[in-house]
Design a protein around this ligand. Structure first.
Ligand code: HEC
Length: 221
């Protein structure tokens, strides 16, 4: 009895094991077959950058740029726009139109690429600085408020002292957007109420007579 019982119990087990082995084998075979397909693609003939080649007379696989051609988006025909300088002088006028969209884009890029060190307020006490990076000067100091826009574009393009450049992260138009927003930050602490349009000035003074001259008395003090 015991022998027969043991046979009836172990028989299905053997069957299951065999099925499993078969399925496993099929998987391995499928993987090998697929692997074979991929190998073909991996071994397609190709050159690594700057590898030697005897196909061309000069022995180089990489070809130089065709004379007189410019890659798409790489045209640099306006020095003010692409360097922030006119001759040797930094430009003081924005070479792109300053719109609300440009400022919003500038704020977005600034918060990603500059705020970690310069802080979202521009006072130079960002999180990385709080963790030990050299503290940059505040954008609100007189020396930096007096700098022309081209100067900031140049700092972003070429870096400054301990600060790396951000030319790879920010294409020229984004750099100008960040510069425009940097001016917004500076203005946020040094705006003169007299520069406000009359209606905004009135709102600032708590709804008092629109067009009241700057410094006029206010009943809300
Ligand atoms: C990783 C930290 C870090 C980031 C990110 C960073 N900066 Fe700076 N920045 C510095 C430091 C540090 C200095 C001061 C460098 C020195 O004096 O050696 C500095 C200096 C500056 C200055 C002042 C130059 C001067 O004349 O004193 C400006 C303007 C500036 N950065 C703009 C930017 C802008 C715009 C961005 C974003 C595109 C940015 N920085 C991103 C660390 C950073």
């Amino acid at each position: 009895m015991r022998t027969r019982t043991s046979i009836t119990v172990s028989a299905p087990r053997r069957g299951r094991r065999a099925r499993r082995a078969l399925a496993g084998g099929a998987c391995v075979a499928a993987l090998l077959a697929l692997g074979g397909c991929r190998q073909d693609m991996h071994q397609a003939p190709r050159y690594d950058p700057l590898e030697a080649s005897d196909f061309f007379a000069d022995g180089r696989a990489s070809r130089g740029l065709v004379a007189g051609t410019i890659a798409r988006g790489q045209l640099r025909d306006d020095p003010a726009l692409s360097t922030g300088k006119q001759g040797a002088t930094f430009v003081s006028e924005m070479p792109v139109e300053v719109t609300r969209d440009l400022l919003l884009r500038g704020r977005d890029r600034f918060d990603v690429y500059c705020a970690p060190c310069h802080a979202r307020t521009g006072d130079g006490n960002g999180m990385i600085v709080q963790r030990g990076m050299k503290q940059p000067p505040s954008y609100h100091i007189d020396r930096l408020r007096a700098q022309p826009v081209g100067y900031f574009y140049d700092v972003i393009t070429n870096g400054f002292g301990a600060m790396q450049d951000y030319s790879a992260q920010l294409p020229p138009h984004d750099r100008w957007a960040v510069v425009a927003y940097l001016r917004v930050l500076q203005l946020s602490r040094h705006a003169d109420a007299a520069d406000l349009p009359a209606e905004d000035l009135a709102r600032l003074q708590g709804g008092e007579a629109a067009g009241a001259p700057h410094g006029g008395s206010s009943t809300h003090e």
